[in-house]
Write a protein that binds this ligand. Structure first.
Ligand code: NAD
Ligand code: LMR
Length: 335
């Protein structure tokens, strides 16, 4: 590990680093997309023993990238060692779903990984580690991680719904022929799954409400919602693999906004441990609109929710309750 910068390097763990998201994410972190162009990084790359060679290949390529911010690239197949002193943990390790599967189908395989890795993080990571779970079922894996790492503050454990948020921004931008940068304040409520509710009722395009800019409620209440809900499956169908570059980009957006703050007047979507806001069961990992400042997120409160939206919030909450119960049952059966 070389020391070249004035700022202390931050340690970023990527689990499942030898996989396809890892391959897209590690270089984005190394160029500063996650923590800023002035923040040196030490990467901790974890994967399982059979992926050891692929992991070493990634390490070699990162060295060959000669990234000015990269002070070290460490590879691991031991979880506890990988978690040592990490400041940010991106939990990508797991089994992606294949065509025709729902995210629930990969549940049993993945939740037990998160149960085990929770203890390793708790015992070894920095006390203020910020965790983002990417591997599916992302919300439920994050819930299992939170339950099994009681000394990590609840608010430090999140899951990725920023990809869905960005997908919603992208759809509205395409439909209105606008630059995506002027589309603001969409919301992803609930689960990172096909029951999620992409809500445009509070969003704007160039300062104008999305509903008037689009001027097509049939599309907004129908195909827009299903396109965002099903986008993951559509990418799997098109590529034969699940999304990787957009997922990696969303991870960087998620952590960057969390650490450096959301821009004034706008919010983002994050899966966080519910405190009961908007009537959602406490303890579920539920995606909400959040603003971030000083390294902390806060749920945007007091948004008026109309009847059809309230129903959609409930549907995705019910799925999360069902997933949680199934996850706990899978874990109990493993004992
Ligand atoms: P991948 O199969 O290419 O990579 C996953 C990697 O995890 C593999 O290298 C595998 O060896 C590794 N792994 C498996 N078990 C592990 C363990 N116990 N510890 C460490 N590493 C382990 O898959 P991918 O395409 O990179 O996707 C990773 C996960 O992210 C999948 O669950 C996928 O469904 C999910 N995903 C989530 C989002 C989101 O928006 N939340 C988006 C895209 C993909
Ligand atoms: C996605 O949304 O692209 C990922 O969660 C992959 C998937 O299984 O849909």
């Amino acid at each position: 590990v070389l020391k070249l910068h004035k700022k202390k390097a931050l340690r970023v763990l990527i689990t499942g680093a030898a996989g396809q998201i890892g391959y897209a994410l590690a270089p984005q972190v190394a160029v500063g997309s996650m923590l800023g162009a002035d923040q040196p990084i030490i990467l901790h790359l974890l994967d399982v023993e059979p992926a050891k060679n692929a992991l070493e290949g990634l390490r070699m390529e990162l060295v060959d990238g000669a990234y000015p911010l990269l002070e070290g690239v460490l590879t691991f197949t031991d979880v506890a060692a990988a978690c040592k002193d990490v400041d940010v943990a991106v939990m990508v390790g797991g089994y992606p779903r294949k065509a025709g599967e729902e995210r629930k189908d990969v549940m049993a395989k993945n939740v037990s990984i998160y149960q085990q890795q929770a203890s390793a993080l708790e015992a070894n990571a920095s006390k203020d580690v910020k965790v983002v779970v990417v591997a599916n079922p992302a919300n439920t894996n994050a819930l299992i991680l939170a339950e099994n790492a009681p000394s990590i503050p609840r608010e430090n454990i999140t899951c990725l719904t920023r990809l869905d948020h960005n997908r919603a921004l992208g759809q509205v931008a395409e439909r209105t022929g606008s630059h995506v940068g002027i589309v603001k304040n969409v919301i992803i409520w609930g689960n990172h799954s096909s029951t999620q509710y992409p809500d445009v009722n509070h969003g704007t395009v160039g300062g104008k409400p999305i509903r008037s800019a689009v001027n097509d409620d049939t599309w907004l209440n129908g195909d827009f919602i299903t396109t965002v809900q099903q986008r993951g499956a559509a990418i799997i169908k098109a590529r034969g693999l699940s999304s990787a570059l957009s997922a990696a980009n969303a991870v960087c957006n998620h952590v960057r906004d969390w650490v450096r703050g959301t821009p004034g007047g706008s919010w983002t979507s994050m899966g966080v441990v519910s405190d009961g806001s908007y009537g959602v069961q406490r303890g579920l990992v539920y995606s909400y609109p959040v603003t971030c400042a000083g390294g902390k997120w806060k749920v945007v409160q007091g948004l008026p929710i109309d009847g059809p939206s309230r129903e959609r919030l409930r549907v995705t909450e019910a799925e999360l309750v069902e997933e949680r119960d199934l996850a706990l049952q899978c874990l109990a059966e493993k004992k």
